[in-house]
Design a protein around this ligand. Structure first.
Ligand code: NDP
Length: 351
């Protein structure tokens, strides 16, 4: 198998597949490392009604399967393995994927361009689990943090969710929806759901909101939103769908009827495997891209590539970059941008 690929894409959500489709059509012969549980957050949703092109909506899993099929049909090669580390040897990036990796040590000690430190790694082939490429697109996504409450596994996607903005219209005419969290996301999710459900209750664990004052003020004016402070959900009840939430309200435990419950307590970008690689992450672990990613005068060209990470030749797209919008269509658009940026970069810099 050809060990010198032009482009490796890491991820398997809308950004990764869109990048793969564009890169394949540009004849970059991309290799997509999907992760061992491919598909990203859309695999956890049911019907997606806000992805353009599907008048009747589309199931999240079907959308992901269709994108993968399209990428493969255009010529992308796909490996269902996790990427576990990224480094540079000479002018090549190498991505180690899950599975045993042996005999990586060498005595030549080349410099790792990501960390400026000597590296002991030596490229191996795809069969040997270490893949080399001239450019890399990181599209590993992010996962919503949940509380792992009793009943959560059973009811996830059945009244319990992590994106109220995505699912709000399903709650048209429903009685009560709970939102857990006190940050900006909780406020936005609550105001979106309040357009559809009769009552929205925000459960805040402390005595105050963390949300920015301007957003917090906005919901004061919304009649059908209540905020319960010092309140925490402790169990989700229901057989086939969510029916009740058990809540500890300032020390008093009661069950309350519920049609929906959404977590808005933050997201974790899937970038832990990049820590120590030299790629710039922000304080919350999101990959820094574009002009902000330029850390020194070694990579002046990165400013011309909006999706470039802090290392020239590495690009990033989707929810591992975007903590604000977190929408499938935004991720897909960013995947397209990253593929076009990578294509231009390869044309300009590949010897
Ligand atoms: P935040 O980290 O800002 O807020 C998380 C909230 O969840 C906090 O209120 C926190 O409580 C609460 N929380 C955390 N863990 C638990 C738990 N175990 N049980 C109960 N509650 C818990 O995350 P957001 O997703 O709200 O925002 C992330 C970033 O995105 C922020 O920078 C935000 O400003 C930005 N954003 C901006 C928007 C906009 O400008 N329109 C919209 C959405 C997000 P506590 O306060 O007690 O720690």
């Amino acid at each position: 198998m050809d060990a010198k690929r032009k482009l490796v894409i890491v991820g398997s959500g809308p950004s990764a597949w869109t990048a793969a489709i564009y890169a394949a059509r540009a004849e970059l012969k991309p290799l997509v490392l999907t992760g061992e549980q491919p598909g990203g957050q859309l695999m956890l949703t049911t019907k997606v009604e806000n992805y353009p092109g599907f008048a009747d909506g589309v199931m999240g899993q079907d959308l992901m399967a269709a994108m993968r099929q399209q990428a493969e049909k255009q010529g992308a090669k796909v490996i269902d393995k996790d990427a576990v580390s990224l480094s540079v040897i000479g002018s090549q990036f190498s991505v180690v994927c899950s599975g045993s990796v042996s005999s990586q040590l060498t005595s030549s000690q080349p410099i790792n361009r990501l960390t400026d430190q000597p590296t002991n790694q030596k490229p191996k082939t795809e069969n040997g689990k270490l893949i080399t490429a001239s450019a890399v697109i990181l599209a590993t996504g992010a996962s919503a943090i949940t509380l792992n409450l009793p009943g959560e596994d059973r009811l996830m996607g059945r009244g319990v969710g992590t994106c109220a903005v995505c699912d709000a219209p399903f709650y048209r005419g429903k009685d009560t929806v709970f939102i857990i969290g006190g940050g900006d996301s909780a406020i936005e999710e609550a105001s979106e759901i309040s357009k559809f459900a009769s009552k929205v209750i925000i459960l805040v664990r402390k005595e105050s909101l963390r949300a920015t004052p301007v957003l917090a003020k906005r919901i004061e004016a919304i009649q059908n939103i209540e905020i319960w402070y010092k309140s925490q959900a402790i169990e989700l009840l229901g057989d086939k769908k969510l029916e009740k939430v058990k809540i500890d309200k300032d020390g008093n435990i009661s069950e309350f009827p519920a049609d929906g419950l959404f977590y808005a307590i933050g997201h974790t970008p899937a970038t832990g495997w990049l820590k120590g690689s030299g790629i710039k992450l922000d304080d919350n672990g999101y990959i820094v891209t574009g002009a902000q990613s330029i850390t020194n005068n070694k990579q002046p060209t990165t400013s011309y590539y909006p999706t470039s990470a802090s290392v020239s030749g590495i690009f990033a797209a989707g929810d591992c970059v975007d903590f604000r919008y977190r929408q499938a269509i935004v991720a897909a658009g960013q995947g397209c941008m990253a593929a076009l940026d990578a294509q231009k970069w390869l044309e300009n810099f590949l010897p």
